[in-house]
Design a protein around this ligand. Sequence first.
Ligand SMILES: [Zn+2]
Length: 80
Amino acid sequence: MDRFDCEDILELLSGYIDDEIDSVMKQLLEQHFKECEQCLSLLHSLEKTIALSKEAHRRRTVPKKVVNRIYYEIRIRYKR
Ligand SMILES: [Zn+2]
């Protein structure tokens, strides 16, 4: 597999943000972000939300509840 579609990005996005995927995957994701406005803006809003959440909870990790909510919203956006 040398390309991702948007569905794949969705699956990998949390790993990407938490820095849990390997560098090859990371490169492929970044490649996709260069080509896909939709996923790039998703990444940005996700990062922003997570940053805010970390701030609010004063901890390094984001509560699962917050992450799940973000994903729920992302899925709705993708289905349009
Ligand atoms: Zn995409």
